[in-house]
Design a protein around this ligand. Sequence first.
Ligand SMILES: [Zn+2]
Length: 379
Amino acid sequence: MPLETVKLTASFKLDGLLPQGLFSTYREILNQLLDYAWAKGVTSFKRLKAEKYYELRAKYPSLPSHYIYTACQMACSIYKSFRKLKKRGLVKAEKPVFKRQVVMLDNHLFSLNLEVWEASIAVENGRIKLKLLHGTYHEKFKEMKIGQAWLVKSEDGFYLKVVFSKTVELVELNGRTIAVDVNENNVAFGSMERVRNIETGERVIRTAYFLKRRRLQSKPRLNEKPLLAKYRGRERRRVEYIYHKLANQIIAYAKEESASAIVLEDLKNMRKKSRGSKAINGRLNRWSFRKFQEIMEYKAELAGLNVVYVDAKGTSSLCPICGEKLSPNGYRQMKCRKCSLEQDRDIIAVKNLFRRYQMDVGASSVHPESPPMIGGGKG
Ligand SMILES: [Zn+2]
């Protein structure tokens, strides 16, 4: 059975405060390292550490020394990506500067006790223990490996981001798949024979929070930033909760159908999905689609299912049976002039994704019992 490492980043809000000095000191160190790396062209962690570690340890004697290690790591990766972007003419700045309130941790600097949901973090003069605020779906982390982590200071408090990983065995591809098409307010999923469509109600949530934010911003007050951040956090959590439930439903369905893979659309060619107000949509939607896919992907893999991405270009405008260009035929309905197929555009999108998968990878791995591909077509 093929093995796959599933990696998940969890973001826990910390119930309490961290010393502000930790973030400013870390940023100071990181910027000194960046200056040095930039001036000398150092991209190797080993070299940066060899040339700067003792100097910085002497300069910041009360800071746990591993912060200097992780700052060296961060400085290298920031400088490397800066150099890459600079070569391609994508940054204006002459040299890299770190402005964020982020601190990278390694396993000497923090530990987690997931039985009591508590983090222990090394700071100047000792360790701080803080409770982690978490959702119910975080239970799964208890059986995963803990990797890198970051502390992040945001407008509404402190967060601990942790990368968890687990190696899973995926089932062999058997040609049976469930294709999933995500939209602004619904998710359609299934195969050529049967497609289910579930309303997410996401638009209602988005609109409600959009109005809340607008009301807040129209009232002049001293500082609305923390409240806005709180709303944004709540909105995100409500939407993510829906995504988690939905992903579970799709996986249960995939198991029922003995599917071996989940087919998702590659959003590089994301088609226009939203027809709502521009102010509500835009960036939020891109975040939504990607977020749903992320959740879908790791949940599927933890359940042993393969995840395959296929090109989404034209999936709602081409006939899944004969490949002809479809014409609109009433509200959300599409019609094929050539083979007279008439269907909801979301159902059509699912069928197209399903068929594309079969054409991309199916030819070599279709199970003998799986239904034959329908029609010829250009795709
Ligand atoms: Zn057709």
